[in-house]
Design a protein around this ligand. Sequence first.
Ligand code: GRF
Length: 220
Amino acid sequence: MQASEAEKPRIVILISGNGSNMQAIAEAVHNKEIDAEIAGIISNRPLAEGLTKAQAMGLHTDIIDHTLYASRDEFDHALIRMIEDLKPDLVVLAGFMRILTADFTRYFEGNLLNIHPSLLPKYQGLNTHQRALDAGDSEHGVTVHFVTEELDGGPNAIQAILPILDIDNAKALQQRIQVQEHIIYPIAVKWFCEGRLSMEGQHAFLDGQELPASGVQLRS
Ligand code: GRF
């Protein structure tokens, strides 16, 4: 990683699909709400819609097709090299649908954020909205967290919490949660770029204070 003092922090965003979180962060940078530079967008899927969105915003894009690599290790090492070429200060996973090896997560640890559509540590993995409904939960949400070796397990930075309504289904919940994603991810990236948010010893800190396990909670 490059510690760039005089220059703006450089952000690399990894996507696999729609790229709406990538877009929300890139727009916040474009609107100067985040004082940073988008160094590039990398997709492991050549036809990801997010690539079109990134190109429409004039952003640098790269493709690294995981199907062309013989193993997860080879892919992750090639991905590390591709990211490093962009000299990032922060790597943002935004709907990047690949499980990353420990080599990768250790390499970027402390400088690697992810967004996960549940109130972590609840519902790691997939189908989070349906699982929250099936469990009869009264609340659901989305979490931005630092990435460690444990899948969806690193320290939380910020969560948005929503009530689950009687009429909710997974689709409705997912749509309300995405609105929140586009609010909290730019906030976390802004905090990081301002040097306010950090990870030390498997804990997240904001303004020098250790955050609770939930991270900062925004309730609506
Ligand atoms: C989001 O729901 C995020 O929580 C999950 O993947 C989805 C990505 O959506 N990790 P998008 O590609 O940013 O629109």
